[in-house]
Design a protein around this ligand. Structure first.
Ligand code: GLU
Length: 630
């Protein structure tokens, strides 16, 4: 059945990489130096001591506190968090971007057209999260050809960079923000190339017209939202470089106030040039020169060169899909760890939840069902151990994706999970590849920013796109009115371990850093898209998206209630419970042996589901996104 689907729709299921990988069942016992307890693993295994890793648990880019206002509540009736439509639908992180996408769809444009218009606006009104200075992953479903494409517009490291990019002369790794801010963390941005490639194949509206709304808004100004104001105020070192300080702070050095009308004529000018000339200006012309100069001349200089820009290619990769229950769930394979980790979580859960049908109609969320929460966090811990160990850029590293998602392997992994207590230690499975040996687990310290948009057009085409400049406000460098990414800090700062074993996600020239971005599309047995979803949130993107898929696909939860349910998650470090969850839940998990901590969670789950012949769009109540359809 799987193979048939793969042949029919050109989708590579669990992409085979054509190399021999041996699964050793001793994988299922603990491996010293490869366990979830990274502090002891670091002590045992890492040559270079890592301050970057120590910083991972701190709220370095604090988000505004979660506001869990019910999506069913009257308070939300005017906020367009939910929309229904028979023809088309757009859900994005900002009302202006949703309007821009809607306008394109209403005029008969395609989902790709609408995504381009929305991205250009997001780069203006949500500059902390994404833009043409960053990268993106996009799943595109072509309804006519019944073809799923995964576009990789991820940033690329300069060819001159090597594994010691974030290692000083003294052998110490950089502190996280010392690495983030300035030219060193900037990779070649991929958004414009990826969108142009997709438009060439699937665009219907003229390329230039898709920039109009963003140009008008940048020229006339937009109102600084509460969220943008709060982030300018709360995120560390936003004013660390002159141009961004001039743009986002007032004459007294204060963060721009809520309600301030912010114009960005430089961004308008950049967009006008891109609208007319396309990506050539960005990769071969003036913008490339400006970006290279900005990163090279910065006091924390980077190694980007013009030839890195000339060589940049967005890549079309096979989508990574797995059958979960009766559904085909698809996402972005490596260099993103999004789909492989999400599908591994769901695959393990499929083995644990033997009779999901029995719970349909009764399930009321993890708060009411501690066992479902326990299984979810345990499955996540196992999947993250594998993710941290093996996932990196497949053009540089043999990633054993098909083995990690193999049904027998996931069944064995599920047997490690007990129903009444957490695993004491979690190890990655042991896969030995002939050329590189085993990779040891090495997390990288991604922090939360990013944006996700979900779009369906009137022809049934679908876009699920997650786009990012990495941490909030990226590298703090601005060129042409937009912020440059700091995506290179998604690499492991530590390149190798004490035994000289290489870290899969170490820096290499021309390589793409590992991501957690998880744009997903779920199909039914007739290959109709049923659910389109994704989120920002750094590593937590994966459990944010996986929990909603778990609840909706396994227990038939309503999409709206699942999105607004509080998060309970574990990315391999600690069990986090979203603030607002009752103490009884905390106590019940603690009584099982977990060590929960309360943390605010700022997912930005932007999803569309299909019910009969109608689309339902839902924007996460924790952020300022909206849904609009017709
Ligand atoms: N840079 C991260 C990644 O590519 C995303 C960061 C975020 O969502 O906040 O996975």
């Amino acid at each position: 059945m799987f193979t048939l689907l793969a042949k029919r729709y050109g989708v590579v299921l669990l992409s085979t990489l054509g190399f021999f990988t041996l699964l050793t069942l001793s994988a299922l016992s603990a491996l010293s130096g490869c366990t979830e307890n990274t502090s002891s693993a670091n002590a045992d295994a890492i040559v270079i001591s890592s301050s970057a890793n120590e910083s991972q648990d701190k709220d370095l880019a604090p988000e505004p506190e979660s506001k869990i206002v019910s999506l069913y509540s009257d308070q939300l009736t005017d906020t367009n968090k939910i929309a229904q439509g028979k023809k088309f639908m757009a859900v994005t992180a900002n009302p202006h971007a949703t309007e821009a996408a809607y306008a394109v769809l209403e005029k008969g444009g395609s989902a790709i057209d609408a995504a381009i218009a929305a991205q250009m606006v997001l780069g203006l009104v949500e500059p902390q999260s994404s833009g043409i200075g960053g990268g993106a992953f996009m799943l595109y479903w072509d309804a006519n050809e019944k073809k799923l494409i995964a576009y990789d517009g991820r940033e690329v490291a300069p060819m001159a960079a090597d594994e010691n990019l974030f290692v000083g002369q003294d052998g110490q790794t950089d502190k996280f923000f010392d690495a983030v801010i300035g030219g060193k963390s900037v990779g070649v941005p991929g958004v414009i190339k990826m969108l142009e490639d997709a438009h060439t194949e699937y665009g219907m509206a003229s390329w230039a017209s898709l920039f109009d709304d963003a140009i008008a808004l940048a020229t006339n100004g937009f109102t600084v939202s509460e969220r943008l104001h709060t982030l300018i105020k709360a995120v560390p070192k936003v004013d660390d470089r002159e141009r961004i300080a001039d743009y986002l702070f007032d004459d007294n050095g204060k963060p721009l106030a809520v309600g301030h009308i912010l114009k960005n004529t430089e961004y308008a000018q950049t967009l006008k040039v891109l609208a007319v000339n396309g990506s050539g200006t960005f990769y071969q012309g003036q913008l490339a020169q400006q970006i290279v100069a900005a990163t090279k001349e910065d006091k924390n200089a980077g190694e980007l060169s013009l030839s890195d820009f000339v060589q940049y290619q967005a890549v079309q990769r096979p989508a990574l899909c797995k059958k979960i229950l009766t559904y085909r769930v698809c996402g972005m394979g490596p260099p993103s760890s999004g789909a492989s980790t999400t599908l591994a979580i769901l695959g393990v859960l499929e083995n644990l939840i033997s009779n999901p049908e029995a719970q349909r109609g009764h399930y009321q969320g993890m708060e009411q069902d501690i066992l479902s929460a326990h299984y979810f966090v345990e499955a996540s811990r196992l999947a993250f151990a594998d993710r941290n160990t093996y996932i990196a850029d497949p053009d540089f590293i043999h990633v054993p994706v098909s083995q990690l998602l193999d049904d027998d392997y996931l069944q064995l992994r599920s047997q490690l999970i007990s129903s009444d207590q957490p695993m004491t230690e979690v190890a990655a499975g042991e896969f030995i590849t002939p050329d590189v040996g085993q990779y040891l687990m090495q997390p990288s310290p991604e922090l939360v920013s990013t944006t996700h948009l979900s779009i369906v057009d009137q022809y049934g085409n679908v876009v699920s796109m997650t786009s990012s400049i990495e941490t909030a406000f990226g590298s703090r460098l601005m060129v042409g009115g937009f912020i440059l990414n700091n995506q290179l800090t998604d690499f492991s700062f530590v390149p190798r371990h004490a035994d000289k074993t290489l870290v899969a996600n170490r820096v290499q020239g021309g390589k793409r850093p590992r991501s957690s971005m998880s744009p997903m599309i779920v199909f039914n047995q007739d290959d109709q898209p049923l659910l389109i979803i994704g989120s920002p949130g750094g590593k937590k993107i994966i459990p944010y998206v996986a929990r909603v898929l778990y609840e909706v696909l396994f227990f038939d939860s309503a999409l709206i209630s699942s999105i607004e349910q509080p998060h309970i998650l574990n990315t391999g470090r600690q069990l986090e419970i979203e603030k607002g969850v009752g103490k009884n839940v905390f106590d019940a998990l603690e009584a099982m042996g977990h060590k929960p901590v309360y943390k605010s969670q700022t997912s930005g789950l932007h999803a569309i589901s299909r019910h009969n012949n109608e689309w339902l769009g839902v924007a996460d109540p924790r952020r300022e996104g909206t849904a609009k359809g017709n």
